[in-house]
Design a protein around this ligand. Sequence first.
Ligand SMILES: [Zn+2]
Length: 76
Amino acid sequence: MNDQLTCARCGATKPADLFARHAKSATGREGFCKGCKAERQRQWRATERGRELAREAVRRHRAAEARSIPGTAAAA
Ligand SMILES: [Zn+2]
């Protein structure tokens, strides 16, 4: 398992380990290396829509946490 993949974004050829797993892709890995994925995510979060979705994710996470605290939910 020493596959090398070429990143579709930066064009660098790197070990498959440096690409996030993606079951639906032909290679089983994403087309972007992890570095590019992080960069893409950073750029996305800098956009208005990205910030909005990030806030929404935090809100949902907090709501889920509140529900998971013992004693706050009705016992099954
Ligand atoms: Zn890359």
